[in-house]
Design a protein around this ligand. Structure first.
Ligand code: SF4
Length: 175
């Protein structure tokens, strides 16, 4: 996975996308889009950032962010505690990504400048296929889930390994 991400980064670097909004795209509700990830990316993220001893619930960003009720219109399971969620990615702290080593494919390919729109779709599709191939090679069920939904499944897997792993394997919520 690390090698694959390095190849993605090299590919993207050659395309010279421009970041104009300084992390605004990580604040999904404000920006108006969603980030989706494969199961392979979630598992790699777990190995990099969610091992025992690293507690994303302690991410300072969450404490700084206004809590919104579940009725705010966000239909997906939430990453934060029951009944509320922090808008945007919980790994963005003071405008900066704190998960750069294992940030998902979409974070590496998306740029907001108009010149990047032409290449992003095909490039994303190409690399997505490479991650899908890795899933197949290691016998991981195909899964493609909203980022915070995936994080919530991982958190559940940490709390309840049997039920949580079933959720990651199937991409379904295990309430
Ligand atoms: S992982 Fe990093 S780059 Fe991706 S949405 Fe979160 S803060 Fe932004």
């Amino acid at each position: 996975m690390a090698d694959l991400y390095c190849r993605v980064d090299a590919d993207v670097a050659g395309r010279q996308g421009v970041c104009k909004a300084s992390g605004r795209c990580c604040r999904f509700e404000e920006y108006g889009h969603r980030l989706y990830v494969t199961h392979a990316e979630l598992i790699y993220f777990y190995a990099t950032y969610l091992q025992p001893g690293i507690n994303p619930a302690n991410n300072d960003h969450e404490a700084d962010t206004a809590a919104l009720p579940r009725t705010a219109g966000f239909p997906l399971p939430l990453y934060k505690g029951d009944g509320e969620f922090a808008p945007g990615c919980p790994w963005q702290v003071q405008g900066m990504c704190t998960a750069r080593d294992a940030r998902p494919l979409g974070c590496r390919i998306y740029f907001c400048d108009a010149d990047s729109r032409g290449w992003q779709g095909p490039v994303y599709e190409y690399w997505h296929q490479q991650f899908t191939a890795i899933q197949a090679r290691f016998g991981i069920d195909y899964g493609y889930v909203e980022w915070r939904h995936g994080l919530s499944l991982l958190r559940r897997a940490l709390a309840d390994p049997i039920a949580g792993q079933a959720g990651v394997a199937t991409g379904r919520d295990q309430e």
